[in-house]
Structure formats: structure tokens, C-alpha cells
Design a protein around this ligand. Structure first.
Ligand SMILES: Nc1nc2c(ncn2[C@@H]2O[C@H](COP(=O)(O)OP(=O)(O)O)[C@@H](O)[C@H]2O)c(=O)[nH]1
Ligand SMILES: [Mg+2]
Length: 338
């Protein structure tokens, strides 16, 4: 980026402060624009994010995951309604399986969410999975921060239900809800190992269909068979029929109980660890981007690539040496080429 003149810098700070103020007052336009600019990685949006950050950390963030078709959107919509009835304001981050130009699934979700669109207590934002590494969790974290600073009490993240990005995204949530549905045969096998580790509440949705009780029993047996983590009771299992809104009260109560549990003694430590993890994720990206940019411009890089091509060096040694070079470590370590 070009160096900014002092006047420009002051301007930008002034702009960021006014955006932050508008977002905190709950103005929808500035919040929506900031979310969009952060998702598009517009450099100026970072100033807005910086100005907002001190006002984040209040909302309870709920992640909802489960296979496509399990009823995540239906359940999210019902939860929004139920929280609104309790007077809570809600943000929804819907992670979209298709490109922004796609159709189908998103359109259905939009129509479903429509009934909340005129409610100032609800903010819905969808994010496209563009398949970029780490980008999804960054965008999700950014959007959650903006909604949090805007004063939303509860923020629900609805994920796609497939892919590795999923786990990173779910780590942003304080309470992770994993949805299972009966009738998929050997469903338990379909639970991803990582998801099991991060599930705080299980929902057996479509409880109106056959096999719901069997699934509850299977899940319960599986959860009790696992070695319990220090002082943690196994996740609760709640039956819902999201299409009719049944079970929402029980689900909210289970989420509340989990919330109370995590807001206990270790809350500050956990939150600090969460922030550290987020910092380290970005550090990884930033170091890689900058290091790579710095490296590829050098003649050293060309030499290293030639050495690699002739198999004089293996990719691991080459990467190790290149890292030493970028980090300005001892020249002795650049054994392959100088
Ligand atoms: N029978 C039944 N169908 C449901 C229930 N919840 C959702 N559905 C239906 O399942 C389909 C997929 O729901 P959707 O919320 O889009 O799933 P998502 O892909 O996980 O977001 C839709 O046709 C819903 O109407 C339920 O509790 N019972
Ligand atoms: Mg959906």
C-alpha cells in the first residue's frame, strides 16, 4: 500500500470512528457496508474493524451445523423467532454453499428469513464460500464482530455442513449445535470426528419422522461411551421438529445451560485463548503472504527453483531454507543457494 499523508491518515481515523459510532448506534446501512467491505477485503475497512473491536465480546455466538437438508435454516429461522419473543436481538450469519451468483438453496433461505427482514432487532447477512483457505473464518469472525458491536444479544452462524472450513468457523461459536436427522441409515457414522469434539448440544431434528427416538438412543450411547473431558458433562440431546417450531423452548434452555457453564470461572481464560487462536490464524496468513511476496522477487528464489527442478534439493529443505532467508536468519543456513 502507498504511504499515506498525515492528513489522509487523520481522515481515515475520523471516518473509522464515525463508522464505529454509527454501527454501535445500531444503524443498519453503515454496518452492512462495513461487513461487505470486510468480506471483500477492502483495505480501508480494516480501520473500521479496528475502531469497532473494543466494543466486541458481548454477544453469545451460536454455531449451527449438520448435513445439507438437516434443517439448519428452518431451525435458525425458528430460533430467531423464539429469541425475539424473549426480547433478545439477533444476528444471523448464513454461510452460503454456492457462489453469490448461484441460486437454489440460498433463495429458499432468503424467503424463509423474509419474515424477519422488517424487524430492526434482526440482522441477517449471508457469506459465500469462495473456497479460499482461511478466508471463511476470517469473514465470519469479522461479520460476527460487527453484529456484536452493533449490540446483537445472540448471533447465530448457520454453516454449510460440509468441508474443512467448517471446523474453523465453528470455533468462533461459544455454543455449537450439531443437527442430526433420522432416516439416513447408519447416521452416526456420518458424524465427522472433529464435529463431535466441538458439539455442545445435539439436536435430533425432524422428530416427526420415524427413527428419531432410536437416533437419540444411539447418540446418547455414543456420547456416554466417550471418555469424558475434565469436568465436562456430555452434550445434551434435544428433539425438535423445526418445520412446526416444536422443541425450540427446550433447545433454547439447553443453549442457556451451556452458556452458563462456559461463562463460569474459566470464561476469561477461554476467551483469551480464543483471541490468541484467532491472532495466530491471521499471523499464519499474514506471514505467508508477506514472506512469499518478498521471496518470489529475489534471484535467490530463481536459484532455489532451479535447484528444486534438478532435484539438488527437496521441497522440505528448500522451504526451510527459504523461511530462514525471509526471516533474515543466519546466512549459513542457506546451504543450497546464496
Ligand atoms: N419433516 C420435517 N421436515 C423438516 C424439518 N425441519 C426442516 N425440514 C425440511 O427439510 C428441508 C431442508 O431444510 P433446510 O432448513 O433448508 O435444511 P438445511 O440445508 O440444513 O439448511 C426443508 O424442506 C424443510 O422444510 C422437520 O423438523 N421435520
Ligand atoms: Mg440452509
Amino acid at each position: 500500500m502507498k504511504a499515506k499523508s498525515p492528513a489522509e491518515a487523520i481522515d481515515r481515523q475520523g471516518w473509522a470512528a464515525s463508522v464505529a459510532e454509527a454501527v454501535r448506534r445500531g444503524e443498519v446501512g453503515p454496518a452492512a457496508r462495513l461487513m461487505r467491505d470486510l468480506d471483500d477485503e477492502i483495505p480501508g475497512a480494516r480501520d473500521g474493524r479496528r475502531a469497532l473491536f473494543p466494543y466486541t465480546g458481548r454477544a453469545h455466538v451460536i454455531g449451527i451445523t449438520g448435513a445439507p437438508g438437516a434443517g439448519k435454516s428452518t431451525l435458525t429461522d425458528q430460533l430467531v423467532a423464539a429469541y425475539r419473543e424473549r426480547g433478545k436481538t439477533v444476528g444471523v450469519v448464513a454461510i452460503d454453499p454456492s457462489s453469490p451468483f448461484g441460486g437454489g438453496a440460498i433463495l429458499g433461505d432468503r424467503i424463509r428469513m423474509q419474515r424477519h427482514s422488517t424487524d430492526p432487532g434482526v440482522f441477517v447477512r449471508s457469506l459465500a464460500t469462495r473456497g479460499h483457505l482461511g478466508g471463511l473464518s476470517r469473514s465470519t469472525g469479522d461479520v460476527v464482530d460487527v453484529m456484536d458491536a452493533a449490540g446483537k444479544d445472540v448471533i447465530i452462524i448457520e454453516t454449510v455442513g460440509v468441508g474443512q472450513d467448517e471446523l474453523d468457523v465453528m470455533r468462533i461459536a461459544h455454543t455449537t449445535v450439531v443437527i442430526q436427522v433420522p432416516g439416513l441409515g447408519d447416521d452416526i457414522q456420518a458424524i465427522k470426528a472433529g464435529i463431535l469434539e466441538i458439539a455442545n448440544v445435539f439436536v435430533v431434528n425432524k422428530a416427526d419422522l420415524d427413527g428419531a427416538d432410536t437416533l437419540v438412543h444411539q447418540l446418547s450411547a455414543m456420547l456416554h461411551a466417550r471418555a469424558p473431558r475434565e469436568g465436562m458433562s456430555p452434550p445434551e440431546i434435544i428433539k425438535t421438529d423445526a418445520s412446526r417450531g416444536n422443541g425450540m423452548g427446550q433447545l433454547m434452555a439447553a443453549i442457556d445451560r451451556h452458556r452458563e457453564k462456559v461463562r463460569g470461572d474459566d470464561w476469561a481464560t477461554r476467551e483469551n485463548r480464543r483471541l490468541e487462536r484467532r491472532f495466530l490464524e491471521h499471523l499464519r496468513d499474514v506471514l505467508y503472504e508477506r514472506g512469499r511476496a518478498r521471496l518470489v522477487r529475489t534471484s535467490y528464489y530463481d536459484k532455489l527453483m532451479s535447484a528444486l527442478a534438478s532435484r539438488a534439493v527437496d521441497p522440505y529443505t528448500a522451504a526451510d531454507e527459504a523461511a530462514s532467508k525471509v526471516l533474515g536468519e543466519d546466512r549459513e543456513r542457506w546451504k543450497t543457494c546464496k
